[in-house]
Design a protein around this ligand. Structure first.
Ligand code: ADP
Length: 487
């Protein structure tokens, strides 16, 4: 390797220890792939109570110890701990502060939500100081750690340790920006550093962690090239488009990778019948197994459609309100839905399950095993997102030969190649317009394709060969870090 880099990677979720969404998958995979490539990577995560209560042993890091972090009039004691990301051999640093992180969920609506992540971000830099370790890059992720570029100027500018440290802020989803009333400035220890914060926000009586971080980060990345373009437009920019357009020379898109150790049909520990390109037979057996487990009518010839999703407006499931009942009435399809979220979606899928007994299963909640089983069993995967920064399930689906039906947005557009019946290319069904007609057209095309087994099989095999591995994608981050160091 030309030059091993020192990378501090800070995130509020890290699979498999703490997972809410795609951020966890990235933070659980990218740092260790960079480390495996020879870089000195130190990853930081809050020590949520669920981690201490989990199966991974947690140890104190004696040489860092306990550090007081003062915000306004309050001082928080943070202690450095370490644990292995289970099953990976990669050790991470935990920022332990029970009064802030021992709650029943990683994210809360509690009045000190902003303090929680300010303390976490400060702790990342304080731990680096105690280690006497000068990172080339601090890689921040989403609003929780977006203030690190601000802190490096406001709180740590005096410390030569960070003189040549660069910051990268990765946007996993700009819908979540960390907005708080400006009245909290002094409680956050930011009152004397307001010149580093976004002034327009301040005039409006707010602080917005993401916006302030985006102004000062040396580089910005979004989790797919298409999303990087889309967020510069007013429709998906969520109020940040003008800023992102202004900083567009510092903004790149890098598609997330997939952890194929976790997500490969030939080695998947959850699949009763592993399968691969050279032996697809197991997929049909998994389908039979899953239909039985989910108490769905056992017709292995009827197409099985899967959905695994947070049930929130972003995921575009409003389109299914119209389309799925009609498709279930007019075709024999089976539907397996896994997810939880807003009530209206949960009620819709529960209603569908009642109405189409034996044909629809709605499993409400989070279930890692079932997510793998659905990927391994289903014929198609539905992801009609309104917007999708990257999306992982469509990439898992490709590897499992579970043909994705997606809308052309964000990472869906960058990872699924449109298939046109009769043509020897393409890996999934892609529709453009966010409306029921678009989804109905796409589902219709998939169901018609499924009735032509030879062509469908070719489509599956093409999908299964696509490579979105972290080995590949992490190289793009290294190139970006190197470019940043030349800034
Ligand atoms: P987002 O981050 O917007 O939720 P992504 O597709 O990027 O969407 O990542 C979602 C991740 O969470 C995937 O790994 C997916 O399998 C997983 N996931 C989502 N909902 C569930 C669920 N109910 N049970 C198990 N895994 C889920």
């Amino acid at each position: 390797m030309a030059q091993p880099l020192k990378i501090a990677f800070a995130a509020a979720e890290m699979a498999p220890l703490v997972k809410i969404g795609g951020l966890a998958d990235v933070a659980g995979a990218l740092p260790r792939h960079l480390a495996a490539a020879g870089h000195d990577v130190r990853a930081f995560l809050p020590a949520y109570s669920s981690i201490a209560a989990g199966r991974a042993p947690v140890h104190p890091v004696e040489f860092i110890g306990t550090i007081p972090i003062t915000l306004g009039t309050r001082t928080y004691q943070v202690t450095a701990k370490t644990t292995e990301l289970p099953g990976t051999g990669f050790w991470i640093y935990l920022v332990d502060c029970p009064e802030l992180f021992h709650r029943d969920r990683p994210y809360t609506d509690d009045p000190d939500e902003a303090q929680r992540f300010v303390v976490f971000s400060r702790a990342v830099l304080e731990f680096c100081q105690r280690m006497g370790w000068s990172p080339d890059v601090v890689h921040c992720n989403d609003w929780h750690t977006a203030l690190i570029p601000v802190m490096l100027r406001a709180n740590y500018a005096w410390d030569g340790l960070f003189r040549s440290t660069r910051t990268l802020l990765t946007l996993h989803n700009i819908a979540y920006q960390g907005g708080f009333p400006a009245a909290q400035l002094s409680q956050l220890g930011l009152a004397e550093h307001v010149r580093w914060l976004d002034q327009e926000d301040l005039r409006a009586g707010r602080i917005n962690f993401l916006r302030s971080g985006l102004w000062l980060a040396d580089a910005i990345s979004a989790v797919s090239p298409t999303y990087a373009r889309e967020i510069q437009g007013d429709e998906l920019g969520m109020g940040l488009a003008p800023l992102l357009r202004e900083r567009n020379e510092r903004l790149v898109g890098i598609l997330n990778g997939v952890d194929y150790q976790e997500w490969s049909p030939d080695t998947d520990r959850f699949l009763p019948y592993p399968y691969s390109i050279s032996n697809l037979g197991g997929k049909r057996q998994n389908k039979r197994f899953v239909l039985e487990q989910l108490k769905l009518d056992p017709d292995p010839d009827a197409p099985l459609v899967g959905i695994i999703s947070r049930l929130v407006p972003q995921k575009g499931l409003d389109l299914t309100f119209d389309v799925l009942p009609r498709a279930l009435e007019s075709t024999p399809l089976r539907l397996a839905v896994l997810g939880s979220g807003e009530r209206r979606y949960e009620e819709f899928f529960s209603g569908l399950e009642q109405r189409f007994r034996g044909r629809v299963c709605f499993w409400r909640g989070f279930n890692e095993e079932l997510a793998h089983l659905i990927e391994g069993a289903a014929d198609m995967f539905l992801m009609p997102s309104r917007f999708e920064p990257c999306g992982l399930n469509q990439m898992y689906s490709l590897r499992y030969g579970t043909i994705p039906i997606v809308r052309r947005t964000g990472g869906l557009a960058d990872s699924v190649e449109p298939w046109v019946p009769g043509r020897p290319n393409g890996t999934g069904i892609v529709f453009d317009h966010f409306d029921s007609a678009g989804l109905a057209w796409a589902l219709g095309r998939a169901l018609a394709g499924y009735r032509r087994p030879h062509e469908w099989r070719e489509l599956m095999l093409r999908a299964m060969t696509r490579d979105f591995s972290w080995q590949r994608q992490s190289r793009q981050y290294v190139e970006l870090y190197l470019r940043m160091m030349r800034l």
